[in-house]
Design a binder for this molecule. Sequence first.
Ligand SMILES: C[S@@+](CC[C@H](N)C(=O)[O-])C[C@H]1O[C@@H](n2cnc3c(N)ncnc32)[C@H](O)[C@@H]1O
Length: 325
Amino acid sequence: MMSLLESGTLFLTLGIFLYGILYFSFFREKNNQKISKGILFFRNNFVRVIAGLSLFAIIELTTRNIHHILFAFLTVVLPVAVLNLVAALKMDKLTEGEVNDYRVGYLQNNWSDKSYKYLQSKDWDNTVFKKVHESGAVKLSTVEANPSVIVSVSANRAQHELSLFHRLKENYNVKLICMDANNAKDQIDEVDQDSRFIYLDGDRDAFNLPAILDEIQIGQVDIILDKKGALWHNSKKVDTFFEIAYNKLSPGGVVIIDGSQQNKVLTRLSFLYYQLFRTIIYPSELSTLNKIEGAIGSGSFADQHFERIDAGEGIFRTVIFKKKH
Ligand SMILES: C[S@@+](CC[C@H](N)C(=O)[O-])C[C@H]1O[C@@H](n2cnc3c(N)ncnc32)[C@H](O)[C@@H]1O
């Protein structure tokens, strides 16, 4: 039987060797593009597996023998490495820095379409609409001269927004304005058909909301929607986002974000599945609430200036932040 030191060294050498092969084969610049964040994700996971198994090896080796470690290596590290490899091979377009790129040819392209189809299969729009309505937190205008202004700051293809607009336009007087940092207006058929539904031209950063609203001569808005968008991608700028929203919201106005409650293991697995097969079988990303939870606690801008109201549950949960003063 090998000594603890010998077995540990063998295990680590095997791990580093395999990692090295993967790194030099697939994780380096490919087609003159930088390492993709998607690939980094897999690489980091791989490192985590190695680190976890090394720890396991050290504990295991104090009492048992090398065969347990080789077994773990073959059953855990190798399959993960193979999955990483397949995923890495499939990702030749996405580059770091462009991980937020939803244009044709990039991994995220069609994400919102696929996600929308998945959510539609669960009757998501209807259920969320009903739950938000039942919460009583959102009041909409019926006065023709004074429409409620709804701004979706990260609308992408605006599927949810169009569906919302169709629901609202018969009973309320609303103006729904969409924008996005990666404008997807040209991918929407049904736009410019009703002057109350507007998709702003150009790439618009939600953090420039005041200037954007000035440009279209809108002083205040009643509802800001941000579903897996600006906050999701900028979880370090949560206070700034809420401060901007606060200054632009009318009294009692709201920010609404997604707060889907989902199983973390299934989320991980379905994310991996999406990376490999580009199909959503379960919510494959954390919700915006998950992403920003640490930044909206006691003492945060959101906590001090907004009342939090949760509407719905499970994948249908949304979180409404109602302006306090
Ligand atoms: C995952 S998609 C979600 C799209 C849509 N809200 C949905 O749920 O189907 C994320 C969107 O957020 C947009 N986004 C990211 N950061 C943004 C920012 N700072 N301002 C505006 N949009 C942003 C991206 O361009 C992308 O269209």
